[in-house]
Design a protein around this ligand. Structure first.
Ligand code: ZN
Ligand code: ZN
Ligand code: ZN
Length: 361
């Protein structure tokens, strides 16, 4: 199997880029398997478009890099060495270099000073097209992540009920995210009643009341590095407002239509429009205030973005969320979110938590 960094070299050569410089983050983990800590001492993959790559690491991080089984030559730098000079010494002939999209500004400036003749672009232009199409192992990892977060949603009845605060429910959910196989909790949103109208509300000390709609959007990172992200909206013991239930039915129809429509060959923005149109026709257009979804993989939010203006066509292996919602300020909100992967013939929905409105507690 061709290594990922070999494929990045080919893509760099095609774009006329002489070398990529990648610092700790998702691109480094994707290309090398090394989950390096983002420390003040420089760790950097130096990946020329032809020839052997080099992983520049601080001496005291060598053991960690070796433990990660990186199949790349290591160059250790000592505490008083200049790591930017070390990187530059390998790239003396480079006239075009591409830097990690999320590289710290102080490093960008130091590398530009060390390589004054080189023009600089973003490495994401080269790595993103590789990362956006997941291979079978990555899809397996996302499937495992989805199943783990589904198991957390399945236990929601143990925690979510009137009389408890969002914070207490959120703490139970966070523990379960780890219990069910994640190594890290990335976010826990418990938006009850009016707090549900703020899509990125986290938790508060608000006591959940009978009949409150509650938006529960949760996710974490698995040992594989791949992320989960799933939203369900519950009703806490009691009757939800009639207008809410009516709007929820429309939301479910919209999300279902989007899942049935998305497939290779359709554009990302058309998936958004399919759901938005259903909400618009029911009079809820102004309440759906965000895009339909985002790609997911080693990061919770990555390409492709399912948003108006993104005419990118879906291709097999693209993984993304389908998460329309509605938000009525001061009243309530709702969102339904699943992670899906495009297959050669259509779509695989990775989350299996039921989507009908469930009353708990
Ligand atoms: Zn979000
Ligand atoms: Zn989410
Ligand atoms: Zn999401």
């Amino acid at each position: 199997m061709t290594s990922r960094w070999t494929r990045a070299q080919v893509a760099a050569a095609e774009q006329g880029v002489d070398a990529l410089i990648i610092t700790p983050g998702a691109d480094l983990r994707y290309l090398t398997g090394y989950e390096a800590k983002p420390l003040e001492r420089l760790t950097a993959l130096v990946l020329p478009s032809s020839g052997d790559p080099l992983l520049v690491v601080p001496e005291l991080e060598v053991a960690a890099a070796v433990a990660a089984n990186v199949d790349i030559e290591l160059a250790a730098w000592g505490e008083t060495d200049d790591p930017f000079a070390l990187v530059a010494s390998r790239l003396a002939d480079a006239s075009r270099i591409a830097l990690d999209d999320h590289m710290w500004a102080e490093r960008v400036l130091a590398l530009q000073a060390a390589l004054p003749a080189a023009t600089v672009s973003l490495a994401g232009d080269i790595v993103r097209p590789l990362r956006v199409r997941k291979d079978a192992d990555e899809i397996d990892a996302l499937r495992e992540a989805a199943q783990a977060i589904d198991r957390v949603h399945a236990r929601m009845g143990d925690w979510l009920r009137p009389g408890r605060t969002e914070r207490a429910v959120g703490a139970d959910i966070a523990r379960a995210i780890v219990d069910e196989g994640h190594v890290r909790v990335d976010f826990v949103i418990v938006g009850s009643g009016p707090n549900g109208a703020s899509p990125h509300h986290e938790v508060s000390d608000r006591v959940i009341e009978p009949g409150d709609p509650v938006v529960v959007d949760i996710g974490g990172t698995m040992p594989s590095g791949y992320c989960s992200d799933s939203t369900r909206t519950y009703v806490a013991g009691g009757e939800a407002p009639e207008a809410f239930v009516a709007a929820y039915d429309v939301l479910l129809a919209a999300q279902t239509a989007q899942r049935e429509y998305a497939r290779p060959g359709v554009t990302a923005e058309s998936v958004d429009e399919v759901g938005r149109q259903i909400l618009r026709e029911a009079g809820y257009a102004d309440l759906f205030i965000h895009r339909t979804g985002h790609g997911i993989g080693l990061e919770t939010h990555e390409d492709p973005y399912i948003v108006d203006g993104n005419a990118q066509e879906l291709e097999p292996g693209m993984a993304f969320s389908v998460e329309p919602g509605f938000y009525l300020p001061g009243q309530y909100g709702a969102r339904i979110e699943d992670i899906v992967v495009t297959t050669p013939s259509g779509l695989e929905v990775l989350n299996a938590t039921p989507r009908d409105l469930v009353t708990l507690g």
